[in-house]
Design a binder for this molecule. Structure first.
Ligand SMILES: [Zn+2]
Length: 129
């Protein structure tokens, strides 16, 4: 269950609830993050910036106290099933955390990394550039 598959090329992360594509494995920065539900991944991008039409929708910005400090974040939701997937860092209070601004947290429990199922890869098409 905790086995980490590091074979990232061309892989997609999808909504666990409905299979909507959310992020490219190429945009994964770190698997070392946590959200209130447990493990979370930090992404450079979500599919929002890959497709013209976004696969995620955003909540309203809010100030949130996280483990590493205070941030302005917006919740991100699956456009298809409405599942709360994580959040985007709008801004960080702490200078050392500024690198997270504009990046995305996806709840590990809400996404499917394609390691356990094949449909993500099969339906993804040529995502390598
Ligand atoms: Zn969904």
């Amino acid at each position: 269950m905790e086995k980490v598959n590091v074979e990232l090329d061309g892989k997609l992360y999808s909504c666990r609830g409905c299979g909507t594509h959310l992020a490219l494995a190429d945009d994964l920065i770190s698997k070392d993050y946590y959200c209130p539900n447990g493990k979370a991944f930090l992404f450079r991008n979500v599919i929002l910036f890959i497709n013209v039409r976004s696969n995620v929708s955003f909540g309203v910005p809010e100030e949130r106290m996280l483990i590493t400090g205070i941030y302005i974040i917006v919740g991100i939701f699956c456009c298809s099933c409405g599942q709360n997937l994580g959040w985007k860092y709008e801004s960080a209070r702490d200078k050392t955390q500024k690198f997270k601004e504009g990046k995305f947290i996806l709840d590990r429990g809400m996404i499917d990394d394609g390691a356990n199922s094949q449909h993500n890869i099969d339906t993804a098409g040529p995502v390598d550039s």
